[in-house]
Design a protein around this ligand. Structure first.
Ligand SMILES: [Zn+2]
Length: 285
């Protein structure tokens, strides 16, 4: 039925244009050009808007989920200990490298929720050299470094949490040459901030957050805290060889509490630094 009506409509259409229709002007050039000049800016605007629409999601790490990073805050380099062929401690069915990565990813989310830009030294089960982990932080102008580990004790079931900072930092390498190799760079002194105050803040927050034995903030020359130029800490988030602590650490909700507490510690340290900077500013002026 429909087909027949369509074909009848087609039949009504003239096969040739009636002679009365005026042909298009032969000199179509200028009018086409005028059309083009009208449409070009509009096309440019559309392309520009499309570009902006593509860039916005790239700039935000996870749109809609986290706050956009607050650029006044330092970048936190989160280092999940061990990885790949280096499993770390393996006790009570728990492997240190897995717990460290899981907690690091949780810490990343917690820090981003507080506006901190975050970089991870590893996001999967890969091995990264200790010096390379430190170098990740050293490549960032303003950074804080947090390494996540879990304890093991071969002699007895230890308990609690401890946070390490560097006894002293290693001076930046003096091997670099500059200005086409004419002058050797001046040997840079080691940074004054060995991470003591940072470790105090993180350790304090974790002890409160987990209601766990406080083993303290301790100075120890561990490579990742020693070779980082910025304030750096290494958190030992509990003993895998202690069945009671292992049972808790096996629970994702407990690891979330640990990550939340570490993030609180980072935020507390940052607030402390900002307050110190304000005092310094006032005393100078
Ligand atoms: Zn470890």
């Amino acid at each position: 039925m429909k087909q027949s009506s369509e074909s009848s409509e087609l039949a009504d259409l003239p096969l040739f244009a009636p002679k009365s229709v005026t042909p298009p002007p032969k000199s179509a050039g200028p009018s086409r050009w005028r059309k083009l000049t009208t449409w070009l800016p509009l096309l440019g605007l559309v392309l520009f808007l499309a570009g902006v629409a593509m860039l916005v999601p790239l700039g935000m790490d996870e749109p809609g989920v986290f706050l956009p990073p607050n650029r006044t805050l330092p970048t936190v380099v989160v280092d999940a200990g061990h990885g790949g062929h280096d499993g770390g401690a393996f006790r009570n069915g728990l492997r240190e490298k897995d717990l460290a990565l899981d907690t690091a990813l949780r810490l990343e989310r917690q820090l981003r929720a507080r506006g901190f830009p975050v970089v991870l030294t590893r996001r999967d089960d890969t091995f990264v050299e200790l010096f390379d982990r430190a170098q990740v932080a050293n490549a960032i102008p303003r950074a804080l470094f947090v390494s996540i580990h879990f304890n093991d004790n071969t002699t007895a079931a230890g308990d609690g949490v401890e946070t390490f900072y560097a006894t002293d930092k290693v001076a930046a390498s003096s091997e670099g040459w500059s200005l086409a190799g004419m002058f050797k760079r001046r040997h840079e002194p080691p940074p004054a901030d060995n991470g003591y105050a940072f470790a105090q803040c993180v350790q304090g927050a974790v002890v409160v957050g987990l209601d766990i034995t406080d083993r303290g903030a301790k100075a120890r020359d561990l490579a990742v805290v020693r070779y980082t130029r910025c304030a750096a800490v290494l958190v030992e988030g509990g003993f895998l060889n202690n069945p009671r602590e292992a049972k808790k650490l096996a629970q994702p909700a407990y690891r979330e509490r640990l990550a939340t507490a570490i993030a609180e510690g980072v935020a507390a340290y940052q607030r402390e630094r900002e307050a110190d900077a304000q005092v310094e500013k006032r005393t100078k002026s």
